[in-house]
Design a protein around this ligand. Structure first.
Ligand code: 5AD
Ligand code: SF4
Length: 463
């Protein structure tokens, strides 16, 4: 591509980027990390489509490779460095290929990425995606192009994301950006900047657009959705949920992530009130020990968290609950670890994401607290919580055997083309025989069997 570009420049022809590219420039984009990054990649695609880039699935034929990165743990970053090395040989063959690092790692490492990773041409932080077309142009001229400015306002509010998900059934919709919580272990406030909410009109019109295009499920995304706040409380998260649910009773509404300190009963009553708001809350606790929670600067105690669980169980009895855990945080004792195991049993989480503590440079914990739990202790504790969670997930799934659920069909089962899979309101994956069902249908499924990860069932009727 740059060869053609060079030709044009040699001939001194004025460059109309938009007209010139017309999808002829091939963009390959790879996304790591959270759902928010998936949503961001769709914004990036929209911006670059406008600038004439077309998407390719084949990185070998790409003119521009972008890696949308995650910085949350060291191993996430190592994976990306490894991937970058794999792209190295492509550069040798195709001198005009551009490679860009975007997202959280770009924001964290900034110029260092260009210095350390000589093959990186672009470094673009999560609030700077509008400048991508200009940065690409800069990189094409042989300079290293960097924009890692964070913004207090940017929400990409009016940009229509170009969907990367293939199923055409479910989509992510970003409702806010950034995070002001400042948990002591977390890099996100540094990589994604200050918390800001997106204009609800633009959120609702994006969702309406998805409905008009046949989508059946949206997940409203924010680092802490409970802090959603438009116009000094005129629209809070509960109201936004209700307005989204009212757009179409056949649209499923999900959301992530909730925060124990900020999740209100008003939100819970709204979830209970609308059939189409899914009965599933991802409410990360991180640790069951109040002493550790204090060091993590989470702003709540073990008892507070348990009170929120009681509120969920009272207001939405059929609600599924999942969590995140960090093992081996600074000064974590065996007693603290036992408290984590005990809160897991007390709640009976349906599912969890579990991690070893990874110290992140520049966070409060990195500066002030010793990363003093030995690696083998972290690993052993992680193994214990994973084993317990597997047991809890299996128990939770066994309780559903014999149950009847409304399922949104999302795709073919990976193991067999005669079977489909979808999820129930509680976010559990159910696999069942196809019959005449199609992707995007709602079907009523009776569960006959399960493993710790999946429910197995049969369609008993169509909706
Ligand atoms: N080390 C390990 N896990 C972390 N998380 C966030 N920061 C770290 C870290 N420094 C986990 C938390 C969070 C999830 C997205 O990632 O559990 O909820
Ligand atoms: Fe998402 Fe956090 Fe990873 Fe950034 S650092 S991609 S916000 S999980």
């Amino acid at each position: 591509m740059v060869n053609i570009l060079a030709e044009r420049l040699k001939n001194d022809e004025p460059l109309d980027r938009k007209k010139f590219r017309k999808g002829a420039y091939r963009l390959y984009i790879e996304t790591y990390g959270c759902q928010m990054n998936v949503a961001d990649s769709e914004v990036v695609l929209s911006i670059l489509n406008e600038a004439g880039f077309g998407l390719t699935d084949d990185y070998k034929s790409a003119d521009l490779i972008l890696i949308n990165t995650c910085a949350i743990r060291d191993n996430a970053e190592q994976r990306i460095f490894n991937r970058l090395n794999e792209f190295k040989h492509l550069k040798k063959r195709n001198k005009s290929l551009l490679i860009g690092i975007i997202g959280c790692m770009a924001e964290r490492l900034k110029e260092k990425l260009v210095e350390k990773e000589k093959l990186v041409d672009l470094v673009v932080g999560p609030d700077a995606y509008r400048s991508l077309p200009d940065l690409v142009e800069e990189a094409e001229s042989g300079q290293k192009a960097i924009n890692v400015l964070l913004s207090r306002e940017e929400t990409y509010a009016e940009i229509s994301p170009v969907r990367l998900s293939k199923n055409g059934v479910s989509a992510f919709v970003s409702i806010m950006r950034g995070c002001d919580n400042m948990c002591s272990y977390c890099v996100v406030p540094y990589t994604r900047g200050r918390e800001r909410s997106r204009d609800p009109i633009t959120i609702l019109s994006e969702v309406q657009d998805l409905i008009d295009n046949g989508f059946r499920e949206v997940t409203l995304l924010g680092q802490n959705v409970d802090k959603y706040n438009w116009n000094n409380g005129m629209v809070n998260f509960a109201k936004l949920l209700a307005m989204t649910a009212e757009l179409d009773p056949d649209l499923r509404v999900r959301f992530s992530t909730s925060y124990p300190q900020d999740m209100t009963d008003e939100v819970l009553h709204t979830i209970a009130k609308y059939d189409n708001i899914c009965k599933y809350i991802h409410l990360p606790v991180q640790s069951g020990s109040t002493a550790i929670l204090k060091k993590m600067k989470r702003g709540y105690t073990r008892e507070w968290y348990m009170d929120r669980i009681r509120a969920i169980r009272t207001i939405i009895p059929e609600c599924a609950i999942s969590s995140d855990f960090i093992t081996g945080f600074c000064n974590e004792t065996e007693e603290d670890h036992q408290e984590t195991l005990s809160i897991m049993k007390w709640v009976g989480f349906d599912y969890s994401y579990m991690f070893k503590y990874s110290e992140r440079p520049d966070t409060y914990a990195a500066k002030r607290l010793p990363d003093d739990v030995p690696e083998e202790v972290k690993s052993r504790r992680l193994k214990e919580i994973i084993e317990l969670q597997n047991q809890l997930s299996l128990e939770s799934n066994r309780r559903d055997v014999g149950g009847i659920f409304k399922v949104l069909v999302e795709g073919e089962s990976k193991k067999s083309s005669d079977r489909l899979f979808g999820r129930n309101s509680q976010n559990k994956v159910i696999v069942f025989d196809k019959q005449n069902a199609e992707i995007g249908d709602y079907v009523i499924v009776k569960v006959n069997d399960c493993s710790s990860a999946t429910l197995l069932g049969e369609i008993i009727r169509f909706k």
